[in-house]
Design a protein around this ligand. Structure first.
Ligand SMILES: [Zn+2]
Length: 223
């Protein structure tokens, strides 16, 4: 199946009854995401492939040397290609036993956020947490604030893929940034990796206090 839009070509290697729903979700959210990144148009058309397990796995292993059991999508900056595992195969082969049309729509937006981010740079050393935090927040994926006292920030920065809870901690950190920083500062953070690396410790400590307050308020509200 295939559908071509201004910025995206969406395709699947097998017939999917939710294909149009994913396409429509992309159309509905495209402008919001592009506006966040101050982009009018993507410099290169992005290919979004919804794939079966075999070609998906082959690609992921060739890129990372292994496939982690939670991986359900990938955004490749060199080829401007997004790969997403189809729902049935996510349930069969990954930890996402609750994979659904809603979730795969979120995954598509998540990977589009990465493609927009790649327009500015491709240097994610130590700042994968920020890229993943942006992707999870902007695509409105199903995460909640997590206590950052439990986060080993050095581990999160140095070994994101193997750090359990990395996505939740990243969601929390970037949720703090999006709720407290000016638009100008946020733009600087996604455009300038060195600046972000410099500020990372400061951001982490600020976020820790903010999250504590948020979590305490929530407890009070429920008493
Ligand atoms: Zn991601």
């Amino acid at each position: 199946m295939i559908k071509e839009l201004d910025n995206f070509i969406i395709e699947s290697d097998i017939e999917l009854d939710y294909f149009d729903e994913v396409v429509n979700h992309i159309i509905e959210n495209e402008k919001r995401i592009m506006d966040f990144f101050k982009l009018e148009k993507l410099p290169n058309k992005v290919r979004i492939m919804i794939l079966s397990y075999k070609p998906f796995k082959e690609f992921v292993v060739s890129k990372y040397g292994e496939i982690m059991d939670y991986v359900s999508g990938d955004s490749d900056s060199k080829t401007n290609t997004i790969r997403i595992l189809n729902i049935a195969d996510q349930i069969k082969y990954t930890t996402h036993k609750d994979a659904s049309v809603e979730r795969i729509k979120g995954t598509a937006l998540h990977e589009i956020v990465h493609q927009c981010h790649h327009v500015y740079h491709n240097d994610y050393r130590g700042i994968t947490w920020f890229a993943e935090g942006l992707a999870t927040n902007i695509s409105n994926q199903d995460y909640v604030l997590k206590n950052l006292e439990e986060c080993d920030f050095d581990k999160l920065r140095s070994d994101f893929r193997h750090y359990k809870g990395s996505y939740s901690f990243s969601y929390t950190l970037v949720n703090y940034i999006l709720n407290n920083y000016s638009e100008e500062e946020i733009i600087k953070l996604y455009k300038e990796p060195d600046y972000l690396r410099e500020k990372a410790n400061f951001i982490f400590n600020e976020a820790k206090d903010w999250v504590n307050k948020q979590l305490n308020n929530n407890v009070k509200k429920h008493i």
